[in-house]
Design a protein around this ligand. Sequence first.
Ligand SMILES: *Cc1c(COP(=O)(O)O)cnc(C)c1O
Length: 393
Amino acid sequence: MFKLSKKIQALPPYLFLEIDKAKRSARAEGRDIIDLGVGDPDQPTPAHVIEKLYHAAQDPATHRYALDQGMPVLRQAIADWYKNRFGVELNPEEEILPLIGSKEGIAHFPLAYLNNGDYALVPDPCYPPYKGGTILAGGRPYLMPLTAGNGFLPDLKRIPRTMLKKAKLLYINYPNNPTAACADKDFYLGVIDFAKKNKLIVISDLAYSEMSYDGYRPPSFLELAGARDVAIEFHSLSKTYNMTGWRIGWACGNAQLIFALAKIKSNIDSGIFSALQLAGIAALLGPAQHVLDMRRLYQDRRDCLVAGLRSLGWEIDPPKATFYAWLKVPKIRPRAQGLRDSIAFSSLLLKKADLVVTPGVGFGKYGEGYIRMALTVPKERIEEAVGRLREII
Ligand SMILES: *Cc1c(COP(=O)(O)O)cnc(C)c1O
């Protein structure tokens, strides 16, 4: 009876639906499910952050609308954190904008620059809001395949010139979800050059900068000369501080881009709960030990998964960052042959091994042939998962 808008109709289908349903019913049957599907830390938020929220929430001054584009003290804390971590100096008033989680900003940003029919250059596979935000703004995603052959970096040379005339935005996300790939500064320099030549805005998603291993420290795109002329970078407390449910992140970079996103948001939301902003400051400026412990925990789990999968003959390069393993769907035993595609294989794992993994095609068509496993369960459970895999592959 009610006709959905063309934009809604153009949104990609939610391919995890079947798996979600199957997972719920398996749990309801009382089966012992190991969930390697969700990219959501299993550890609690640091106690001092919770404490800060608890105390700040007692103060009635935090109960009112927070209409100041993020408290100046929070913006200053973000500036201090960026300076300390990346050596990047940001003007807290003009180059930083707190967000209700970075997803919110990522999804809203295209509204500021896309007109109907404009294109955004989107990596595929990717974090879904790059496509969703583009489509909801009336734009169209042009897919840049991320392939193993190119280190899961987009091959900018392959984008047709006619497309470059119609494209306004370029998304990059390193360390990458879902492939766990990392980008070096040479790649970033190429992106800056490319963006300047083609008048593109670069949207850098740096959500995983702190989740890195073996001493590797991912750079910020904004570290590179000229980046601030073309880029807005999104970051978040979600992964670094186990705060996915709290909803706090930020955008930073080019002042004009920040201003435009702030203008969009002033028409949509009314700020972040002030007590939460104060708790966010406690996270950013809190003891560095938390991040060191977090890295050690995931590195340990990663090593456990890598060793386990290798013992099964499954090829895997240990991810240098993120809490994901991006794995080729293996050739499996004759009785289950034919299951080369990622949804069928994920369904098989759930049915036969009570294991939840994410089918690669859920992140885009170039994710087909892969599955993603998240290191969000304890080591014993990873070992148990490997044991169950041994039975079926
Ligand atoms: C988890 C994640 C984020 C963070 O999202 P929030 O909205 O800040 O919780 C951003 N980008 C990617 C690629 C992610 O995987």
